[in-house]
Design a binder for this molecule. Structure first.
Ligand code: SF4
Length: 106
């Protein structure tokens, strides 16, 4: 029997060496996948992300690889989509100012 060759390939994950320094590495991962924006998990995750030394790397990874779930770099999926829209308009959307602008949205 010959297997079909047009099946989707398994997703290839990019190396994330910056994760060794992640502020979240010793916390429960479910915090970064809250049921609702604004719930206790969301608030705790974002507070931890705000202290993270690899926040830029985390956010860039999520943007580059189209991570569609969870909080990455302290931003929700909706907020990351806004970052991408801002970039499309030429903004440097990973600046602290951009994060501050986005922190109340999404
Ligand atoms: S920014 Fe947040 S999700 Fe990303 S590595 Fe740091 S603590 Fe983890």
């Amino acid at each position: 029997m010959q297997l079909p060759t047009d099946l989707p390939r398994p997703r290839e994950y990019a190396p994330m060496p910056w994760r060794d320094d992640a502020a979240c590495k010793d916390h429960e991962p479910h915090l970064w996948y809250p049921q609702r924006r604004g719930d206790i998990h969301h608030h705790r995750a974002v507070a931890i992300c705000e202290t993270c030394p690899v926040r830029n790397e985390c956010l860039e990874h999520a943007l580059e690889h189209g991570e569609s779930h969870g909080i990455w770099g302290g931003l929700t999926e909706t907020q990351r989509r806004r970052v991408l829209k801002l970039r499309d308009r030429g903004a440097s959307a990973t600046s602290a100012a951009a994060w501050a602008l986005l922190s109340g949205a999404g």
